[in-house]
Structure formats: C-alpha cells, structure tokens
Design a protein around this ligand. Structure first.
Ligand code: FEO
Ligand code: CA
Ligand code: CA
Ligand code: CA
Length: 654
C-alpha cells in the first residue's frame, strides 16, 4: 500500500444520493462517471468491438474483457515497468470476472441446450469469459478520468482454462492428481473469482468462490469413493448425482470431461475424480509480468473463498491475510506467514509469493459472546487434527488446507452469516468484515450468538475486531460496527439508527482507502441485495468508522444480547452512489492521490430479457448519458468498471 501522509480529521463532503430505482449509475451532484471497460471490450487490436449481438467468437474471449466484473485492485505502474504504490496517473487494473450472466450477455440468444446438452462453442466462450483481466490504464490529458490502453503489453486475460501452478502444502498431493496434472502440481483454470486481495510486493490475489457452479458429480459415484472422500465431497457441497449447474460437462469431447468429477478409470491419473479439489483457492497473479504463470496458494485454505484481505505490511513482522468463506454458516479465516516482511521484496513477483504465502499458519475465528475472540489453529498434528480425528481423518497438512472447513468444524469455530469482503483500517489495524445475510440462521438448528444475533438476518451486518498484541496474535476483541436495515423498518430492526440517507441492506463489498491525500481510513461499503430492491437499487456508501468498543451492549428483538458499535449518523455514514437496475455494486479502489475512484457494476438487469425485441430489464451502460461513445446506445446490459471523478478535480468524498 502507498505511504500515508498520516491521518487528518476525516469529514464526508458530498450530498448523499437518495434511494432510486433508476436504470443508471447515480452519483452526488458534483461528480461524473465514465466507463473504463465493459463485457466483451477487446484488450488488443485485431478483435472487433462489441457488436451487441452476442456474435463475438469464443476464441476471441481470450483477449476480451470477461463477464461479471467483481473484485479489483489498482497497482501504480512506473515508467520502468515496476510497481509504484504512489503513482496515480498510470497503472495496472486487475478485475475479477466472477461469472457469466449467460442468458443475455455473451450469446446470440442467451444460453441454450439441445437435448440437455450445451453447444460446445457456448461453453468455450463461457470458459474464456470467466477469470480475471489485467489492463493498463492511464489518465486522460488534463483530467482525473482514466481509460484503458488498448494493445498494451500488460493487457491480459486469465480464465477457466489458463494453466496454473499449485503451491504450498497441497502441491503434489495425491488428492490433486488428475489426467491434466499427473503429479498434482498444476491446475487448469480458475473459477467464479469473486473478490480479491493484493500483496505488498505488488501482486494480485484473486479468490475462487462459487466454483460449485462448474463441477458435476455422477449418480452412484459414492460407490467408487472411500468413506473419507464422501465426507469431504458432501461437506464441500458436491453430493453424488449433483448436476453441473452451467452444463460445462455436457458437450461431447475430451476438453469438457474435466468439468465432472466422476471416477471413470482405474487410476486418478486417467480421470478427473480429483478435479474438484483443484478449485476453491487463492490465486496469485503478477500483473507486472504478463507471461508469468498464475499460482494457487494452498496454504491460505480451500473454501468458498470470497477474498484475501491483507493487513498493512510491517517490516520484520509476518504477512497477515484474512478471508471469509461465503456460504451460510461458514467461517472467518486468518493466515499468518512464517517469513517476516522485508520491504526489499517489493516487485519480487512469484518468488516473493512463494516466500510469504506458501509457509505459515491457518486459523479459524471463534467469536465469544462476551466480546472476546480467539484464533483456532488448523495445523496437522496439533489439537487432535490428525488421522484419528473423529470428524475427518486428516492425513497431512495438505489435507488440512484442502479441507479446512472440516478442521474448523472440529475446532468449534463460529458459524457466521455469510462472510463477504473484509478490510483492515490503516489507521488502527482493526479488521472489518461484512456478513451479508443468512436465511438459514433459524435460531434453532443454527442458534443465535452475539456475533450473529438476528434470525434470518435479512439485511446483514458488519463485524469488526481488534487483535490483541500483534496482528498475528491469537486473541481479539470484537463488536458489530453496523447493522443493515431499511429505514421503513419493514424487515430487520434498525439497531444502528440508519436514516434515509444511509440505510442499506446486504453489505458485501468493503474497502478501506489507503490514499495519501489524508483520506486513508475512509471506509467504502457496497451492497448485493435482493431485499430492499423494491425501494432502491444496490449502492455504495462512504463511512468514517469509529473503533471497537465505542458502542454498547444491546439485546436484539430476537432476544440475543450483542455488542454494538456507535450509531450511524449523517456525518459518519452516507450513501455515495446507487447502481442501475437489478445489479450488484462490487469492487472498489481509489488512486493513491484520492482523485479517481473505480467501482464495478455486476449483472445489471440480472437475466431477464427478450432477445427477439432487444428488451431487457436494464439497458445499462448503453443508456447512461455522457459516457464515451463506444459504450453508448447499446441495448444489452453489461457488467462494467466505472470511473468516478469530481468535476472540479478535487478529492473523492472528502
Ligand atoms: Fe461472489 Fe460472496 O460474492
Ligand atoms: Ca461478494
Ligand atoms: Ca453477495
Ligand atoms: Ca455477485
């Protein structure tokens, strides 16, 4: 992260944006937006521009912006091609392409099937439209707005068929052997990369979340498996007979067989029985070396990895990375490296990644009802995590990281209300994480606890904690920073005293500014919601958070006592923008000088539409006034990265 000039008193300085269902990005009155890139935009010369007909070839998506823009990070780029944490006018933007909104975006007439089978060309296009993009971006002359540098040598796609390396404890393990990786040291493609992280040495971390979307498992497959394999497959959501939701395993041909984990041969090296184990990891991409091979860093664990949120690196101390497992009643994790941070490793690429991310300790969080918490160590041979374990027989540390959900079950970690994004406040190192909602928190089978104190938790909340001693410590203090609610009180209780200018539901994206204009510590909160969309589309808020312990004990209307942060006010939480219809607002990063903000609009219009009449519930971004011409006038809704600047060139939000 860039060097901060030190805290100044943060003060929100913009007019809050009202609730709206307009099919537009709506920003405060002195701000403007433009589109950096949208689904299908060519990264290089030689490919056609977006046709708005879905006729782009599958092959060309290896060089086009993918679908489902999600997590992202900006890396300043120096004139000699290195990571410059303080550069704002030129950089590399890494963007996740989480998934394909298949029915409308990519194909001429939505996604199709013939006799239950997906056409091979459609599946190939979807495989290439997943993953992440790296693009060089630069400021337009005389402006803080930024544009993509088409044809840059840094422009690159990583997708669901990109060869990758497996590293860390799981690399080379028998449970990763497949026909494509007979030594278990390679992986092929990354899937459903949701949120992200970044390292102090200048690499991007991109995280596989809903990879269950791309894998199927045969009926009666259990008869081919050991008892422990069946435990693991079921715990990770892949029971026998579960169809591949995207149907990627349905076209004829060897290239599609890897999307089903069926046991089909005498030996693992001849089939894809273990392919499922190659997904659910954190992937490290070095954006500064376009030819570098992405690496799956297994030491950080395998689960529905939302993101990987680093604490600020301090010389001589370990690298600390927080993660959330985004599924109902899953866990919060923390990784602490063995190696201590040496600032000379900036620009160290994959070698630095191996040094800091392949050896360390993985923990799961336990939030006690009294406001204390502890990190439970998930290490083979400690605390009964071994082959005699009653939950699952852990053979080695590879087995522990590959099945860390089972290790955390055994250790008694706290089941959370769907952990999404996290962030570490650069001013005091407190950690924040959104709990988006949890329809399965029924208060009976899944009881309430102080950290998840509402039945159903329709509108979500944000938990935060302060580590005791160092960031790598094993004890913490926590409270709930904010509870989501509608100001009309129709769903969850309005515990945080939200008003019409800052009420929200289903917090998801979260990011602490690290800018050097005195804005470090400003908190951005984004929503991915279906509960408040009758009144307002998804949104982004800016906030000036307090600290753990600034609130008081309260009892929720469901009868659970908890510890709540200080109330929201118009001065400390304010709605900064609202997105177009049926979208999710996700991914946010601000340039080091605080003058350009990027955010992503994912799946505008969701999947509702009619190709015959070119009518969709959203026509964004083609309908947004004032954006650059090659994005204007199109009818198909597209996920896109949006650039926000102040018309007077001033700092964002302050
Ligand atoms: Fe892809 Fe948990 O959001
Ligand atoms: Ca998310
Ligand atoms: Ca979400
Ligand atoms: Ca999403």
């Amino acid at each position: 992260p860039p060097v901060s000039n030190g805290p100044k008193e943060l003060k929100l300085n913009f007019e809050p944006v009202a609730h709206t269902n307009a099919d537009l990005v709506t920003v405060p009155k002195d701000y403007q937006v433009s589109i950096l890139h949208a689904l299908g935009d060519p990264l290089h010369y030689g490919d056609t521009s977006w046709s708005d007909t879905g006729t782009e070839s599958a092959e060309s998506y290896q060089r086009r912006i993918g679908d489902g823009h999600d997590g992202m990070y900006y890396f300043g780029l120096s004139d000699d091609g290195k990571f410059d944490a303080n550069r704002s006018d030129r950089g590399l933007l890494c963007v996740n392409h989480e998934y394909v909104v298949a029915p409308y975006g990519l194909h001429p007439a939505g996604s199709t099937r013939v006799d239950g089978k997906r056409p091979a060309e459609e599946v190939r296009k979807e495989i290439f439209a997943h993953g992440a993009s790296v693009s060089e971006i630069q400021r337009k002359a005389g402006s803080n707005e930024m544009e993509m540098v088409r044809g840059s040598k840094y422009n690159r796609r990583v997708h669901s068929a990109t060869p990758m390396e497996m590293a860390g404890p799981a690399a080379g393990n028998a449970k990763l052997v497949t026909k494509l990786s007979v030594d278990g040291k390679e992986a092929f493609g990354m899937n459903n990369n949701c949120a992200c992280g970044y390292t102090p040495w200048g690499t991007y971390l991109t995280c596989e979340e809903n990879y269950l979307n791309v894998i199927g498992r045969a009926v009666d497959d259990d008869t081919q498996r050991s008892a422990s394999e069946i435990v693991a497959l079921n715990r990770y959501g892949l029971p026998q007979g579960r169809e591949n939701p995207y149907g990627w395993d349905t076209p004829e041909g060897e290239e599609f067989k890897r999307w089903n984990s069926a046991v089909s041969a005498a030996a693992a090296r001849d089939d894809y029985r273990n392919i499922f184990n190659s997904f659910g990891w954190v992937v490290e991409i070095d954006p500064f070396r376009p030819d570098s091979k992405p690496v799956k860093r297994s030491a950080l664990g395998r689960f529905n990895h939302e993101g990987a949120w680093p604490a600020p690196a301090k010389a001589g101390e370990p690298i600390v990375i927080y993660s959330g497992d985004d599924a109902r009643n899953e866990y919060v994790f923390k990784f602490v490296s063995d190696a201590k941070w040496d600032p000379k490793d900036v620009n160290g690429g994959a070698a630095a990644g191996a040094k800091y991310l392949d050896k360390g300790t993985l923990y799961a969080a336990k939030f006690n009802d009294d406001g204390t918490g502890e990190w439970l160590e998930l290490t083979h041979g400690k605390n009964g995590i071994d082959a005699s374990n009653p939950v699952y027989p852990f053979a080695d540390q590879a087995d522990v990281v590959m099945h860390c959900r089972l290790a955390a079950d055994f250790m008694g970690a706290t089941k959370m209300d769907r952990p999404e994004w996290g962030g570490v406040n650069p001013l005091n190192n407190e950690v924040y994480m959104t709990m988006t909602n949890n329809s399965k928190r029924d208060g009976v089978k899944i009881p309430l606890d102080a950290a998840n104190p509402r039945i159903g938790n329709t509108n979500g909340h944000i938990v935060r904690w302060r580590e005791e001693g160092s960031q790598a410590g094993t004890k913490f203090q926590w409270d709930i920073y904010l509870f989501g609610a509608r100001v009309d009180g129709k769903q969850s209780e309005n515990l945080s005293n939200l008003s019409a200018t800052n009420d929200f539901s289903s917090p998801d994206g979260l990011y602490f500014d690290q800018r050097t204009d005195g804005g470090a510590g400003l908190l951005w909160i984004q929503t991915d919601d279906g509960s408040y969309t009758d009144v307002t589309n998804c949104m982004m808020l800016a906030a000036i958070p307090g600290q753990v312990g600034d609130g008081k004990r309260v009892t929720t209307s469901d009868g659970q006592e908890t510890i709540m942060g200080a109330h929201a006010t118009g001065a400390n939480v304010r709605r900064f923008l609202v997105g177009p219809f049926d979208c999710e607002i996700t991914g946010v990063v601000v340039t080091p000088d605080g003058k350009t903000l990027f955010f992503n609009v994912q799946h505008p219009g969701e999947d509702k539409g009619d190709f015959a009449t070119n009518t969709f519930t959203s026509h964004w971004p083609g309908n947004q006034p004032g954006i650059i011409s090659h994005h204007q006038g199109h009818k198909r809704p597209r996920s896109a990265t949006v650039v926000v600047t102040r018309k007077d060139g001033g700092p964002i939000a302050l």
